[in-house]
Write a protein that binds this ligand. Structure first.
Ligand code: 5GP
Ligand code: MN
Length: 336
């Protein structure tokens, strides 16, 4: 971590700032970006959040959401802002490929890159970093960053607290993953003290499904779940037609993979979806089953130890077969 003085100097030299995060931003990506955005804006910086795609409807209520620029909607403006930025924050990712269509312009941007992230194996593009793979969420690191920089805790406004709370809540599965340490709970307590209305945030994120989303969930549970008991593994294989039938939109599949993991005895769960251009995989595990290694070695991806993702070419069935065929490699870990 840089010192308070170093951070203050970096910020004081940076009038124009851009905040970026990974493709298809999740709650932590957007919560940490908007939390930092509000804090920098309150401090008088000229700052923009630019993302490479749309994001789940259940994040539509986040304060500042309407000010987020979506790159494909306004490519020229976004390119100009990235080019002119003295400082570019890279939040919740550590490889430029995770920013999809923004990869090239970020690589070529002259501004300094400040990476704040909790994923393994940083690519190394950054000029400054706040990186901790044991952190529960990037929003937790943003809290640390702000707390370290500010002279008065009152600078964490209810708006900032709300964004950071949403980030930590979503990345910890509502404070139940192993990453949810005592420190995380202490930060959460401070965010509530700063004005985060925890019950409203839970309500906004978890009670905002459409009827279609619930029916899609029912369909997957009944018709798309496969259990492979000999490897303590379960998966959902979701076809393109399923997505069309239930008009599935960004975010509707979020959390689905956890249902497969919730079966007693299951140690590895996969959600394999036909996204037309590619087959996308989400992996989740319990204990010492290395999702990130499986994603990296077999599906051109990566992530955290117990939650990772990747993609593959081919049709759905062939990717499902490939997934099943690599399981024997992990027999010992999966069955012990
Ligand atoms: P999800 O399954 O929710 O899409 O992603 C779970 C975790 O895996 C996230 O932390 C995300 O950063 C990582 N991840 C998902 N897809 C990919 C991918 O295609 N490449 C890499 N490197 N990481 C991924
Ligand atoms: Mn995260």
């Amino acid at each position: 971590m840089l010192t308070r003085q170093q951070n203050k100097e970096i910020l004081s030299k940076s009038d124009k700032i851009v905040i970026t995060t990974h493709h298809k931003p999740d709650g932590d990506a957007l919560g940490s970006s908007l939390g930092l955005y509000h804090w920098l804006k309150d401090a008088g910086h000229h700052v923009n959040v630019i993302v490479s795609s749309d994001f789940p409807a259940f994040l539509d209520w986040l304060p500042g959401r309407d000010e987020v620029l979506i790159y494909p909607d306004q490519p020229e403006l976004c390119q100009q802002l990235v080019q002119e930025a003295a400082l570019i924050f890279c939040l919740d990712y550590n490889a430029f490929s995770r920013t999809n269509v923004m990869e090239q312009i970020l690589r070529e941007a002259p501004g300094k890159k400040y990476m704040i992230d909790h994923h393994l194996d940083p690519e190394g593009f950054d000029d400054y970093r706040l990186w901790d793979s044991s952190a529960a969420a990037t929003a937790q690191l943003i809290f640390n960053f702000i707390e370290d920089c500010v002279d008065q805790v009152s600078e964490i406004t209810p708006t900032i607290a709300t964004c950071l709370y949403a980030g930590i809540m979503t990345d910890t599965g509502s404070f139940r993953f192993r990453s949810t340490t005592e420190e995380v709970h202490q930060i959460i307590a401070k965010l509530i003290r700063s004005g985060a209305r925890n019950w409203e945030i839970h309500e906004s994120i978890y009670n905002s499904s459409t009827e279609n989303r619930l029916k899609f969930l029912g369909h997957c549970l009944l018709n798309r779940l496969q259990v492979i008991p000999e490897y303590n593994t379960a998966l959902f294989a979701v076809a393109k037609q399923d997505l069309e039938q239930f008009q599935v939109t960004t975010g509707d599949t979020e959390g689905l993979v956890n249902y497969a993991l919730s079966i007693k005895g299951i140690r590895l769960a996969a959600l394999i979806i036909d996204r037309t251009e590619l087959i996308k995989l989400s992996l989740r595990s319990i204990g010492d089953v290395p999702c990130n290694e499986i994603a990296r070695k077999h599906f051109n991806g990566g992530g955290h130890f117990n939650a990772a993702g990747g993609s593959a070419e081919g049709d759905l069935k062939s990717v499902v077969d490939r997934f099943k065929m690599m399981l024997p490699e992990y027999t010992e870990i999966l069955t012990k």
